[in-house]
Ligand binder design. Structure first.
Ligand SMILES: [Zn+2]
Length: 75
């Protein structure tokens, strides 16, 4: 049980950290802009999922900025 990171585009699990990092991650989220809050947290059975973006999808988006309009361009 802990905090698990997933890519919102391809769904890959990016990593997992312990709950001791929860406060720091929450503090980071508070500083986000509205657009960046697409990366959100939710709790489910004591697992916190952080929806973010993986390096591969980030690179794709940087090369193809128009893909930003699609939530799931990689299936
Ligand atoms: Zn991805």
């Amino acid at each position: 049980m802990g905090i698990q990171y997933y890519c919102r585009h391809c769904g890959d699990k990016l990593g997992e950290v312990g709950f001791e990092h929860y406060g720091r991650i929450q503090a980071t989220l508070v500083e986000l802009t509205e657009e960046e809050r697409l990366f959100f947290l939710y709790k489910d059975n004591k697992v916190v999922n952080v929806i973010t973006i993986c390096e591969s999808c980030q690179n794709t988006l940087e090369e193809n900025p128009h893909y930003y309009q699609y939530d799931t361009f990689l299936q």
